[in-house]
Design a protein around this ligand. Structure first.
Ligand code: SAH
Length: 345
């Protein structure tokens, strides 16, 4: 048995042949899956009945259920998507003019343990399989055509490399959902072997690296992953990635009051990221998380000072605003609130 949403379009012919099914059916199957977006093989009425029954047995469609939806005043929607074993993840839909961006999760929880992030506060339960990640996309597209995808939900994509990349290749495939590679952004906390593997894939996905501090002293306190791959090692791997792929990397920098928001931090950050060709920086004010009340959002003046320093040093920088705050859908807020509510009862 193989889950239908884990089979890449080019793989259908051989997997059908392996099972004694006729290869020419591949095109009909792909049309049913990714043109008609059938929810059950029973609905694939272009296929003969006996084939539908065989497909249901040999290539089931992943069962998922939208357990909850909440909408923020800015139009951002958060969905809780449940799977067969009772586990669930959150995915966020972010509308903007001419865009409908989906933020997806790759794991239930996260093992990376970044101090400011709610997803990691309870550790990791399990990784999602490729078809479950595709199921999140299917849940999202029930609300409209997805134009952009960011892998910035729960989990570390490079801690679940194979399944994540398989799902993204499928979502990107021309004979699949056909979402452009440049509209898909992967974000990593800095798992260096993942960067090296991605560079070798030869796919034009966008890449973000969560840096959040300019040196090991601060970064190791915020992000345990830094003890394994420190700032210099990470930046060297990033430089190598851009040299190999000719693709820019965006560094995410969540600004936390009194922790990583000084002028000296901004100057050090500018000097370090300039080692990476084409580097860009996204500055994001911290979204407060309940498990760390000591971490506070910086004021506007600090954000502006930080931005000015980077711009003066000729680093391409964007100031990001967090969306979906009142639906607990902002960066780093996923999951924890739900668990807390659950344990209160
Ligand atoms: N594991 C991946 C992707 C998930 S997190 C990664 O680390 O990149 C997506 C982004 O949200 C990361 O940059 C993460 O550091 C950031 N983030 C997490 N918690 C946050 C918070 N409380 N406020 C602002 N950004 C946060």
């Amino acid at each position: 048995m193989k889950m239908a949403w884990s089979v890449l379009p080019d793989e259908w012919k051989p997997v059908l042949a392996d099972r004694g099914l006729r290869p020419f059916r591949a095109d009909q199957i792909l049309q049913a899956l990714y043109r008609d977006y059938v929810k059950s093989w029973d609905d694939a009425t272009t296929l003969p009945k006996d084939l539908r029954a065989t497909l249901a047995e040999e290539f089931p469609l992943t069962r998922y259920e939208i357990l909850e939806t909440s909408e923020s005043a800015d139009g951002t929607k958060k969905l809780l998507v449940g799977f067969a074993d009772g586990q669930s993840v959150e995915t966020v839909l972010i509308p903007a003019t001419g865009r409908f961006t989906q933020c997806i999760s790759t794991q239930v929880g996260c093992a990376m343990g970044c101090a400011f992030c709610a997803s990691g506060a309870q550790g990791v339960v399990r990784s999602l399989s490729a078809d479950e990640i595709v199921a999140e996309y299917m849940a999202g597209r029930e609300f409209g055509e997805i134009t952009n995808m960011v892998v910035m939900g729960m989990g570390e994509p490079f801690a679940n490399y194979d399944e994540t990349i398989r799902a993204l290749k499928l979502i990107n495939a021309g004979r699949g959902p056909n979402l452009g590679a440049r509209h898909i952004t992967l974000s990593t906390c800095g798992v260096v072997p993942g960067l090296e593997r991605l560079a070798a894939e030869g796919i034009q996905f966008e890449l973000s690296v969560s840096l959040h501090a300019p040196n090991d002293e601060i970064r190791s306190q915020l992000m345990p992953v830094n003890r394994k791959w420190p700032v210099d090692v990470l930046l060297a791997a990033c430089a190598e990635y851009t040299r190999k792929t000719k693709r820019a990397i965006t560094f995410e920098y969540t600004v936390i009051a009194g922790v990583n928001d000084s002028r000296a931090c901004a100057e050090e950050l500018a000097a370090k990221v300039r080692r990476v060709p084409l580097a860009k920086v996204n500055l994001i004010p911290l979204s407060p998380v309940s498990h760390r009340p000591d971490f506070r959002t910086p004021d506007e003046a600090t954000m502006k000072m930080f931005l000015d320093v980077l711009m003066k040093c000729h680093v391409q920088t964007m100031l990001r605003r967090s969306r979906g705050k009142d639906a607990d859908a902002a960066c780093g807020q996923l999951r924890l609130r739900r668990l807390q509510t659950a344990t209160e009862f």
